[in-house]
Design a protein around this ligand. Structure first.
Ligand code: CO
Ligand code: ZN
Length: 332
């Protein structure tokens, strides 16, 4: 699974520009899905299984976009000013490397580094090695992602886009390992999550599920000074979301997910995230409303070029996903 994860995290695909990552995933799941389609916003939707009397139409959503930058202005010396695509902390930018969709690479610089002040995004620029506006290969509106190789630390895995390619890996693996299901399952690889859950919003409307889950990363509270007041920790199992600031998971689904994890002897933790949201909100609020939940992977340094997850959590999330989809859904 690590080689799949490496391919997924090293592919560039900021929100709205997910064609490369979508093509890669389509190749991965081609044989495992019963049918594959792409909707107007570019979300890849893979159906598996036939709905039986015990079954439901289930939507699983993992977003395939990542945070990135978009060129807003190129100055006479060929420096590129940019705006953010999704939540970018300027602290994580300086000295970083970026890759545009056409393969052009560059570095993020700033003026006045010696002042020691924390930069704003507007203090930063991208330098692709151009010396004038004319020889700069980047034009206004071009987008780039952060560039950082996958790092395998054994138990812990690090990459620029664990958010949310690790969930794409879990969904792909779950789709492949799912042998029999009473449900009609729609694995949605959604677009534009980082700019407001847009891909999942239209995909959920199109799929019209009876129930749905997002799979996404969440914060972890286990860094040295524990300043993030969260119970979630790397290695304690996939997290079953109770709430975040975008939605309250259906409590009946939470109970059923917990019971399923216990029955299958899969470690799990409960998650309350005070700021942040997932595709779960888009599923829950589609049409006249859908019971929705979320499986989360605890992740350190979210929205930095070095997001870290635990490989056992990843494996256990796949097991939990397969267990959930292999059984009838009990809403109590
Ligand atoms: Co994110
Ligand atoms: Zn995410």
């Amino acid at each position: 699974m690590k080689s799949l994860i490496q391919k997924l995290v090293e592919t560039t695909g900021p929100s709205g520009f997910e064609h490369s990552i979508r093509d890669l995933i389509r190749d991965e799941i081609d044989d495992a899905a019963d049918a594959i389609s792409v909707d107007a916003l570019g979300s890849l939707i893979a159906r598996k299984g036939t709905k039986t009397d015990d079954g439901m139409r289930v939507m699983i959503s993992a977003h395939i976009d990542e945070i990135g930058l978009m060129a807003t202005h190129i100055d006479s010396n060929g420096f590129i000013r940019f705006t953010n695509i999704g939540g970018i902390n300027p602290l994580t930018c300086f000295g970083g490397r970026v890759k545009f969709m056409d393969g052009t690479q560059g570095v993020i610089g700033m003026d006045g580094l010696e002042s020691g002040k924390v930069p704003k995004l507007s203090d930063l620029f991208i330098d692709v090695g151009a010396s004038s506006r004319d020889d700069c290969p980047v034009k206004v509106g071009d987008v780039c992602g952060f560039e950082r190789p996958f790092l395998d630390l054994g138990k812990r895995l690090v990459a620029k886009s664990m958010d949310d390619r690790i969930a794409a890996a879990i969904a792909i693996e779950g789709l492949k390992r799912l042998e029999s299901t009473p449900h009609e399952v729609h694995f949605v690889f959604s677009t534009q999550e980082e700019v407001g859950l847009r891909g999942a919003t239209t995909a959920a409307y199109g799929v019209d599920p009876d129930v749905g889950f997002a799979v996404d990363v969440t914060r972890s509270g286990d860094t040295p000074r524990r300043l993030t007041k969260m119970e979630t920790a790397l290695g304690d199992g996939p997290a079953i979301k109770v709430r975040d600031s975008s939605f309250i998971a259906d409590p009946r689904l939470v109970d059923w997910m917990v019971q399923t994890a216990k029955d299958a002897e899969i470690p799990y933790q409960l998650e309350v995230l005070e700021s942040g949201g997932t595709d779960g909100r888009a599923i829950q609020l589609t049409r006249s409303g859908v019971p929705a939940g979320c499986i989360s992977i605890a992740c350190r340094y979210i929205h930095s070029p070095s997001e870290m997850v635990d490989s056992d959590d990843v494996e256990n999330a796949v097991r939990l996903l397969v267990a959930l989809l292999s059984n009838p859904i009990n809403l109590g």
